[in-house]
Design a protein around this ligand. Structure first.
Ligand SMILES: C[S@@+](CC[C@H](N)C(=O)[O-])C[C@H]1O[C@@H](n2cnc3c(N)ncnc32)[C@H](O)[C@@H]1O
Length: 285
């Protein structure tokens, strides 16, 4: 890449501009890379990018590869270890391979051989060994992923048990993640037969028991089965909304120092009054 001469600004600006030129929409060995997002609204017209497929776009509930690309570019460096405990068709594995990140993927019923069969409520990894976790979990029982009896996608989001089981996954994520590192969790709400369930808010509330929120991204939903003229007609006629977005919760596992700071903030700052006591003048002999 030709070096751009920057006459305005100092050395730092020059470095930064060069980095943006590389990361934002770069082309390398014929593989087109997605831009690094700068706002909290992410909208992708297709599931994947580049020449090599990432995941299987026929897999039910497949994740847009762009989402994972953006997270690993921002929160990991080459050779860091990324884990996807509910990996489905392996989009995370494929994105990581192309970006030189180490990756371990698990699923309750893996559709390919490089994904290890495991329950996300019992991840077979040691404590604090992982640099980033990405999860696109089931949102309810709206999609049939597989026949496995332990698939959380068999539980309705209208049942509190759905959140209890996903909280077990959150606890495992907290255990295996190194302090200070990031968990990205993608989830959508549900509207079925007149009943709206704010799945995203409920999941966020549970996540906040373990992690600090870094940001919330709105990922536009495309290519879903309800995106048809018939469903659009029904939405207008029967006065409801089709789901237009998913939440991407970016959460951080706190460091020990951060934990202490947060505890202090929650408990309220304790004032040590003795520091303010007036010292009595000593009597002269
Ligand atoms: C939305 S899909 C993941 C899609 C995936 N990111 C992709 O791009 O293909 C959710 C996945 O969670 C898996 N799953 C459900 N319950 C699970 C559990 N208890 N442990 C591990 N995986 C589970 C399902 O098998 C399904 O593949």
């Amino acid at each position: 890449m030709a070096t751009k001469q920057i006459t305005l600004g100092g050395e730092k600006l020059e470095e930064w501009e060069q980095e943006v030129a590389v990361e934002g929409g770069r082309k390398e060995e014929g593989e087109e890379k997605p831009p690094l997002e700068v706002t909290t609204l992410w909208d992708y017209p297709k599931q994947s990018y580049g020449k090599t497929p990432k995941g299987d776009n026929k897999y039910p509930g497949v994740t847009p590869a762009f989402v994972i690309y953006n997270l690993i570019q921002r929160y990991t460096k080459p050779y860091d270890l990324v884990v996807d405990p509910m990996a489905g068709s392996g989009t995370t594995a494929d994105v990581c391979k192309e970006e030189n990140r180490r990756c371990i993927c698990f699923d309750i019923s893996p559709p390919r051989s490089d994904i290890i069969p495991a329950d996300a409520r019992r991840i077979p990894l040691k404590d604090e060994t992982v640099d980033m976790i990405f999860i696109d979990s089931p949102y309810s029982d709206n999609i049939k992923y597989n026949e496995h009896p332990d698939c959380i996608g068999k539980i309705s989001c209208e049942d509190e048990r759905f959140y209890d089981e996903l909280e077990k996954v959150m606890r495992e994520c907290y255990r295996i993640l190194k302090p200070g590192k990031i968990l990205g969790w993608l989830i959508g709400d549900q509207w079925v037969k007149g009943v709206f369930t704010p799945v995203g808010f409920k999941i966020f509330e549970r996540l906040c028991k373990y992690f600090q929120p870094v940001d919330i991204i709105c990922v536009v939903r495309r290519n879903q089965t309800s995106n048809t003229p018939l469903w659009q007609y029904r939405a207008r006629k029967f006065n409801f909304f089709l789901r237009g977005f998913k939440y991407l919760f970016i959460m951080r596992k706190d460091t020990a120092r951060g934990n202490a700071r947060n505890r202090e903030r929650k408990e309220g700052r304790k004032i040590k009054w003795h520091q303010y006591e007036r010292k009595r003048p000593q009597k002269a002999d």
